[in-house]
Design a protein around this ligand. Structure first.
Ligand code: SF4
Ligand code: SF4
Length: 673
C-alpha cells in the first residue's frame, strides 16, 4: 500500500504542479482581492451548487456526484489506512460509527445510480447534450468510480461475514448501518470462507488500484475540474466586478509604449493566467453551448469548444514551455487560424449566456474579446464591415456615420441642453439619448415617447445635445479598445465637467457602458434604465396610466439589460401597468432569454453561416401568437423588426419599445395639476 500510494501521490502531484507551472507563461492578474465575497461565491456555487440545481435532472445528477464524491473520500482514506495498518484501522473520531457507515453506503449507492443515468444518457440514448469532447476520458472516469464503489461493497461484504463468523473487525460500522454491503455479504456467503476471503482481499486491492489510478488519471483530463472548478469559482472576476458586463481595461499608453507591447492576446503567453486556468476548470458539461445563440444557429463558435481547445493547447505546449522552449518555432502559435477560425471568433454576440450558465464560472467573453483586441489592434484582421463602423465612430462619433444631426430627433420638443446658454442648471436627471435614439428612425420614436412620459410625470431633465458621442460599446466589443477608450474618456470628461451625477438611458448598451465601464475612466454616475425609471414613477404615483392594449403582448429580454444587469421585472411591471394584460412569455425568457443577435457589435456585421439569430428569436416571439413584441433596447427592436419583416408579418405584429407602450397609456386627465 505504501508503495502504490507513494507512486500515485507522486504522479498526482507531478501532474498538478506541471499544470500550474504551465500557467507561469501567462500574464499576471490579481484574483485574490475581496476574499470574503470570493468565499461567499464558493459557498453558494460550490457547496450550495446553486447554478446546477437550476438545471433539472442533469443538475440533480451532478449534485449527487459532487456530494457522493466528497463522502467517497472517507472510504478511500479508510482503505488506505487499512492497507497500511490492517483491518483494525479506524478513521479518527468517525471511523467505525454507524453514521459514517450509513452515509458511505447511501452516497455510494447514489453515485452508482448517477453513473447509471450518465451511462444511459451518454451511451444508450446518445444524448448530444452530454457528449464530452474527450469521450475516452469520460469513460475511464465512469469505469474508475464504478469500480471504486463496487469493490467497496464487496470488501465490506467480506468483513461483515468475518464479523458474523466471530472475528471482530474494529473498523467496520454496525452491520445494521450497511444495508447494501449486507447484500454483498449475503451474495458472498454462498462461497466457502477461503473463497470469500480471496474475493474480499482481491476486491480490497482492486479498490486501492482504482483509487491510485484515479489519482494518476484525474489531473490529466477533464476531471481535473474536481480540483480546479472550486478554485475557478473563487478566482471569478464577478467577485470584484459585481454588477454588469464590464470588460477588462487594457492599459494603453502610446507615449511610453514598449517596442514589443502587445494589445489583446493571440498566443498562450499573451492571455492572463485566469483565461488559461478557466480551461482546466471546464467540466465539458455543455451548458454554455446549449444556450449560445451562435452555436444554436449553426455558427462555428462553441463556448465549450473554446475551453476544450485552450486546454488541449496547454497540454501540447505546456511541457515544452517548462523545458524552456518558449521561443522555438511552433511552440506558441496564434489561436486564430491554427485553432479557431475567424468565423468562430466573430460570431460571439457577447450575450453572456455561457458565462451565466457555467457551473464553474468560466469567463468566456473576456477570452473572446482579448482575441478580438489582438486581431484589431495588432493583426488588423477583422470583418470588413467593422472597418466602416470604426471609421464612423472615429470621425462622426456614431456607428451610422451621420453628420451634424444628433439633436434633430428633438426638434420642436424644447428640451433643455445642459451647458448650453446657461440652461438646465437644475434638473433631476440627464437623459442620455444614445446614437440609436438620435439617428435611427424607430428609436427616435422611443426617445420622443420617453420625453412625453417624463413631461407627463413632471420630471425635470436635460440632455447634453451635440456634446454626446457614442459610448463606445460597439468598438469595445469588436476589439477596438483604443477607439473605445478615446470615446469613453471624451464622454466622461464632458459629463464630469457638466457636473452630471444621474443619467437616464433607454439603451441597455449605453446603460451598461455608462454604469459599469465608465468608472474605469473616472466616470462615477448613478445610471438608470428607462424601464426601472418608469416603474419607479408608477410606484410612486408620479405617473398615472389608463391601461390600453393592442392585443396580446410578449416581451423580449435584452441581454445587456437582463442577463448582464439583472433587470427582468421592471419592464414586465411597466408593460403590465400600461396594458392591463399579462405577458405571453416566450419559452426562453428572463435568465434563459435568447439573444436577438445584435450584441458584441454584431448589429453591424453580416451573418454568413447558419440561420440568422434574429430570425430564430423572431420565430419564437411569433410562436406566442402575440400582436405586439415589446422590447427595452433599440438594437433588439431593430433586429426583431427585421425578423418580423422577413417573416412577412409586419401587418399583423408590431415591435414596440416599452416607452411607446407607456406613452400611449398616459392618463392625461388624472395627471392635470
Ligand atoms: S457570449 Fe453568447 S454568443 Fe458569445 S459564446 Fe457566450 S453564449 Fe455564445
Ligand atoms: S465552459 Fe462551463 S458551461 Fe461550458 S462546458 Fe465548460 S464547464 Fe460546462
Amino acid at each position: 500500500m505504501a508503495v502504490i500510494l507513494l507512486a500515485g501521490l507522486g504522479a498526482f502531484a507531478h501532474a498538478i504542479i506541471s499544470r500550474f507551472r504551465w500557467l507561469a507563461v501567462a500574464k499576471p492578474e490579481v484574483r485574490w482581492d475581496e476574499i470574503p465575497s470570493r468565499i461567499e461565491r464558493v459557498v453558494e456555487n460550490v457547496f450550495g451548487q446553486k447554478k446546477l440545481l437550476q438545471r433539472g435532472w442533469r443538475g440533480a445528477m451532478h449534485v449527487m456526484f459532487f456530494y457522493g464524491f466528497i463522502v467517497l473520500q472517507t472510504v478511500m482514506l479508510q482503505v488506505v489506512g487499512e492497507g497500511l495498518f490492517g483491518f483494525d484501522f479506524k478513521l479518527p473520531f468517525v471511523g467505525g460509527t454507524a453514521g459514517l457507515g450509513l452515509m458511505q453506503e447511501v452516497f455510494s449507492a447514489i453515485v452508482l445510480v448517477a453513473i447509471g443515468m450518465a451511462t444511459w444518457q451518454r451511451y444508450i440514448k446518445k444524448n448530444p447534450h452530454v457528449k464530452a469532447h474527450s469521450e475516452f476520458d469520460a469513460l475511464v472516469v465512469l469505469c474508475g468510480i464504478s469500480g471504486l464503489i463496487i469493490t467497496y461493497f464487496i470488501t465490506n461484504g467480506m468483513l461483515i461475514n468475518m464479523r458474523l463468523a466471530g472475528t471482530e473487525v474494529a473498523s467496520l460500522p454496525p452491520i445494521d448501518a450497511l444495508p447494501i454491503s449486507g447484500l454483498a455479504a449475503k451474495a458472498l456467503a454462498v462461497f466457502s470462507p477461503g473463497i470469500q476471503s480471496f474475493f474480499g482481499h482481491a476486491s480490497f486491492w482492486l479498490h486501492a488500484a482504482f483509487f491510485v489510478s484515479m489519482l494518476i488519471w484525474i489531473p490529466r483530463g477533464k476531471h481535473f475540474h474536481l480540483i480546479s472548478g472550486p478554485m475557478n469559482v473563487f478566482f471569478n472576476g464577478n467577485a470584484t466586478h459585481k454588477s454588469g458586463a464590464a470588460l477588462k481595461k487594457t492599459e494603453i499608453d502610446l507615449e511610453n509604449m514598449a517596442d514589443d507591447a502587445v494589445f489583446g492576446a493571440s498566443t498562450l503567453d499573451q492571455f492572463s493566467w485566469k483565461s488559461l486556468f478557466d480551461s482546466y476548470a471546464c467540466t465539458e458539461c455543455g451548458r454554455c453551448q446549449d444556450q449560445c445563440p451562435a452555436y444554436n444557429t449553426g455558427k462555428a463558435l462553441t463556448p465549450k469548444g473554446l475551453q476544450v481547445e485552450f486546454r488541449k493547447e496547454l497540454e501540447r505546449a505546456g511541457p515544452l514551455l517548462i523545458q524552456g522552449k518558449k521561443d522555438e518555432e511552433g511552440v506558441l502559435r496564434p489561436f486564430i487560424e491554427n485553432v479557431f477560425s475567424e468565423e468562430f471568433l466573430w460570431s460571439c454576440t457577447t450575450c453572456g449566456a455561457c458565462v451565466q450558465e457555467c457551473p464553474v464560472d468560466i469567463e468566456h467573453i473576456d477570452t473572446i474579446v482579448e482575441m478580438r483586441r489582438y486581431q484589431v489592434m495588432m493583426a488588423s484582421k477583422f470583418p470588413k464591415e467593422a472597418t466602416a463602423i470604426f471609421k464612423n465612430l472615429e470621425r462622426k462619433g456614431n456607428p451610422w456615420g451621420v453628420s451634424d444631426s444628433r439633436v434633430d430627433w428633438a426638434k420642436g420638443l424644447n428640451i433643455p441642453v445642459l451647458g448650453q446658454d446657461g440652461e438646465a442648471k437644475d434638473f433631476e436627471v440627464l437623459y442620455w439619448v444614445g446614437c440609436a435614439g438620435s439617428f435611427d428612425d424607430a428609436a427616435k420614436k422611443t426617445a420622443r415617447a420617453l420625453v412625453d412620459v417624463l413631461r407627463a410625470a413632471k420630471v425635470s431633465f436635460a440632455t447634453i445635445g451635440k456634446s454626446e458621442t457614442c459610448t463606445g460599446d460597439p468598438a469595445r466589443r469588436l476589439g477596438n479598445e483604443m477607439l473605445f477608450q478615446t470615446l469613453a474618456q471624451q464622454n466622461v470628461d464632458t459629463l464630469n465637467s457638466l457636473g452630471v451625477t444621474k443619467i437616464l438611458s433607454h439603451c441597455p448598451h449605453c446603460f451598461n457602458t455608462l454604469a459599469n465601464e465608465y468608472p474605469q475612466f473616472g466616470g462615477n454616475f448613478t445610471v438608470v434604465h428607462h424601464s426601472e425609471f418608469i416603474a419607479e414613477l408608477l410606484r410612486t404615483g408620479r405617473l398615472k396610466l389608463l391601461p390600453k392594449a393592442e392585443g396580446t403582448i410578449t416581451y423580449h429580454d435584452s441581454c445587456y439589460l437582463g442577463r448582464h444587469n439583472g433587470i427582468y421585472e421592471a419592464p414586465r411591471e411597466t408593460i403590465a401597468a400600461a396594458t392591463g394584460l399579462d405577458l405571453v412569455e416566450m419559452p426562453r425568457n428572463k435568465e434563459k432569454g435568447f439573444c436577438c443577435g445584435a450584441g458584441g457589435g454584431r448589429m453591424w456585421l453580416e451573418e454568413h453561416a447558419g440561420k440568422r439569430v434574429n430570425i430564430e428569436r423572431t420565430e419564437e416571439a411569433l410562436g406566442t401568437g402575440a400582436r405586439e413584441i415589446a422590447a427595452a433596447c433599440p438594437f433588439c427592436a431593430t433586429m426583431l423588426t427585421d425578423g418580423v419583416k422577413d417573416k412577412n408579418k409586419e401587418e399583423d405584429v408590431k415591435v414596440v419599445d416599452i416607452a411607446q407602450i407607456v406613452a400611449r397609456s398616459i392618463d392625461h386627465h388624472a395627471m392635470k395639476p
